[in-house]
Design a protein. Sequence first.
Length: 282
Amino acid sequence: MNRRSPTARHRRLISELNRLREGSGLSRAEVAKRVGTTDTTIWRYETGLTRPKVSDVNTLLEVYGVTGAARDELLEVAKDARKRGWWHRYRQTLKPGFDSYIGLEAEASVVRTYQAQVVPGLLQTAEYTRAVIEETAVDSESAGVDEKVAVRLSRQALLTRETDPLSVVAVLDEAVLHRRVGGASVMAEQLRYLVRLSELSHVTIRVLPFSAGAHAGLDGAFYLLEFPDQEDPDVVYLEQATSGLVPEAPEEVRRYTLMFGNLLAKALPTAESTALLSSMAE
């Protein structure tokens, strides 16, 4: 699977175009005048509403005085940003915002998640996935369910890619283990699958026991994404019934990072978590 996600590349491009213009001391109107376009167009580039052509990015870099290797790298980023990821064909099936999350997940190096209701999609068996989607897709046709299952299972290839597989740190509320999604046999196999996954060096599964009492994650599930390039800041993803949100404000990301630390501190150690998963599977 291609590590270069168009969504993540576009996000990097937006950040760089904003940084370069601000560093140049030019206003959007001044930049627009120099490149022969409108300030609205520059604004759309910098807010991500429009993905600029590579030639347009090249013109902007000339205005900002970017040359050499830095220019070549940004042009490559712009080229990647205009491609379509494998998930693009499913856009009509996915909830608004989730396609953006998939694109970011595809380039992430680490995903940290807290789940209060269900096993995170990256760690689900096919049968568990179908049971979850069928129950939550109350207004969808079966064809839509099939496509959503296909998307979720395709995402799991990130865990088994040969080069730099995605690292996952998941904190599961104990309620997740008790909820018999799909029935007893489906749930038992899901728990056994989690045990097998926990044997992988890049997958960590911790259980937050009922005995932990109140904790920082009582407001609900969330995902924290970390990227291999330090220039790409961490991202938070919040999933709702009809949409997904990706708040990128540094203070929000920091808050969720602290929350995750609180959850890890209260969760059972890895070995105890695995033992609990195994015992409940039986």
